[in-house]
Ligand binder design. Sequence first.
Ligand SMILES: *[C@@H]1O[C@H](CO)[C@@H](O)[C@H](O)[C@H]1NC(C)=O
Ligand SMILES: *[C@@H]1O[C@H](CO)[C@@H](O)[C@H](O)[C@H]1NC(C)=O
Ligand SMILES: *[C@@H]1O[C@H](CO)[C@@H](O)[C@H](O)[C@H]1NC(C)=O
Ligand SMILES: *[C@@H]1O[C@H](CO)[C@@H](O)[C@H](O)[C@H]1NC(C)=O
Ligand SMILES: *[C@@H]1O[C@H](CO)[C@@H](O)[C@H](O)[C@H]1NC(C)=O
Ligand SMILES: *[C@@H]1O[C@H](CO)[C@@H](O)[C@H](O)[C@H]1NC(C)=O
Ligand SMILES: *[C@@H]1O[C@H](CO)[C@@H](O)[C@H](O)[C@H]1NC(C)=O
Ligand SMILES: *[C@@H]1O[C@H](CO)[C@@H](O)[C@H](O)[C@H]1NC(C)=O
Ligand SMILES: *[C@@H]1O[C@H](CO)[C@@H](O)[C@H](O)[C@H]1NC(C)=O
Length: 429
Amino acid sequence: MRATLKSLIGAVLVAGIVCAAAVDERGLKACNLSPLGHGKDDTDQVEAAISKCGHFGTTVFGPGQYNITRKMTWDLVSSRVDMHGYLNFKPDPEYWLNASNTYRVIFIQDQASWFVITGHDFVVDAHGSGGINGNGQTWWSFYGNRSRSDGDGRPVSLTLSNLTRGVIKDFRIEAQPFWCNAVADSKDVVYDGMYCNATNQDPLYVGQNVVPNTDGINTYRSDSVSLLRFDITSGDDCLAIKGNSTNIFANDITCRGGNGIAVGSLGQYVDLPDIVDNLVIENAKMIRLDPKVQPNMGSGIYFKTWTGSVHGSPPTGGGGGGGFVSNVVAKQFSLDEVTVPIHVYQTNGGSSGDTPSKLQFSNMTFSDFTGTSQRTTIVDIECSPAVPCPNIRFHNIDIAPPNGTAPSYKCVNVASEYGLPACNATGTA
Ligand SMILES: *[C@@H]1O[C@H](CO)[C@@H](O)[C@H](O)[C@H]1NC(C)=O
Ligand SMILES: *[C@@H]1O[C@H](CO)[C@@H](O)[C@H](O)[C@H]1NC(C)=O
Ligand SMILES: *[C@@H]1O[C@H](CO)[C@@H](O)[C@H](O)[C@H]1NC(C)=O
Ligand SMILES: *[C@@H]1O[C@H](CO)[C@@H](O)[C@H](O)[C@H]1NC(C)=O
Ligand SMILES: *[C@@H]1O[C@H](CO)[C@@H](O)[C@H](O)[C@H]1NC(C)=O
Ligand SMILES: *[C@@H]1O[C@H](CO)[C@@H](O)[C@H](O)[C@H]1NC(C)=O
Ligand SMILES: *[C@@H]1O[C@H](CO)[C@@H](O)[C@H](O)[C@H]1NC(C)=O
Ligand SMILES: *[C@@H]1O[C@H](CO)[C@@H](O)[C@H](O)[C@H]1NC(C)=O
Ligand SMILES: *[C@@H]1O[C@H](CO)[C@@H](O)[C@H](O)[C@H]1NC(C)=O
């Protein structure tokens, strides 16, 4: 039984995960689906298969597009889902923006979800040939001349909520309308192979970033999360590590356009401290795209907090929250003409005269950064004067500024810095 379930879960999860109720080989149920086609709605058959085989069973989606026309939750327990096709979420912003047609399971910023996976001990393997079709173009064009705000109801494409020991493997998300992924209130999660692609093709918006908020993933209130082999085309954060993300390991991350890898924004909720502890990101590559398609390639990695003052309330306002970020390693980054390679600032959403943030950064190491920057400032670390950052370390920061210019490095309110003498460890703003 142990071997069976273990092979079910795959080699990715650590040993010792098998503690579910006994199931034997004959007890495993199997469901096979193929798209109904002819413009039919597949939501009923998908829900029926998951409800039959989602506990102690295997569900196999054959190739093709499965029309999904309403919000859906999969509760998976000791089970496996093989997807060779796509869940195609109907391109109807007016429908999905009606709050009763999505879930609100991600606490932060009250973001909406149309598809939630929960449960424990499962694998969803899309074999690089299936996943989700978000039909994002309809959304990006719809919002091209409307204003957007956090919590306005644009749905996250794939939400993992309240789960323990789950694997998402070789999963493709085509044209995410908003955040591609979110994982919240979860533990022991492995993403091994994730593709997201928000690329505008509406000629009206050539040269503009009409795909904001198409983050690759947001992690929140989750522990022990591996983010492996991500390939993210986005107009926003490639990864966004938000509050109470602990023991996060990211490896082999390709970011095509957007803001780069983010930690934050933190400190938005005045009464909820945000903790980010033990974060390792290695092997990250930033690729600047054709500016007609995506004008931004912001940072290699950046960290941001709100100020210590409160300006309105979440989801759109906030600030004043405490907490800390510590024990961060960012290594082996390759950058292509990014705007600010390494950036820390604690004034997000703030204004002059605000009290400084009390959320402290410490114990951060940046090593083996190569490539190019569009500006001369290679490192711009501006910590809060209320809580200067101790133990900021650099090794092998080899980023070329524009031809004919000299690189500069800025460390403000950094209490102790090692490895980059040019970065002033004692300066103040
Ligand atoms: C299913 O998708 C097809 C192609 O996108 C579309 O023409 C059809 O109207 C959809 N059916 C439903 C019920 O949404
Ligand atoms: C929102 O959807 C609900 C449930 O489908 C429906 O009863 C309600 O009329 C819709 N509201 C609007 C403003 O369309
Ligand atoms: C918004 O853009 C659409 C085309 O995408 C156009 O039909 C519509 O008139 C525009 N609305 C405004 C208010 O500009
Ligand atoms: C989370 O999942 C557990 C079972 O795994 C369940 O008992 C609990 O009610 C769930 N919590 C939420 C907020 O859904
Ligand atoms: C993303 O989608 C665009 C438009 O379909 C395509 O040109 C581009 O090659 C895709 N990017 C990747 C990395 O697949
Ligand atoms: C983060 O965890 C701490 C300690 O467990 C808790 O006090 C705090 O409220 C949590 N913050 C959020 C945003 O959930
Ligand atoms: C920072 O590192 C030092 C030395 O390893 C350790 O004592 C301290 O607890 C760390 N700080 C945090 C907030 O983890
Ligand atoms: C900068 O100089 C390098 C080496 O001489 C050259 O290959 C590159 O094209 C130049 N870049 C720009 C933007 O001029
Ligand atoms: C850092 O500060 C020291 C002393 O305050 C000063 O001598 C030095 O020039 C500064 N370095 C930079 C790179 O600004």
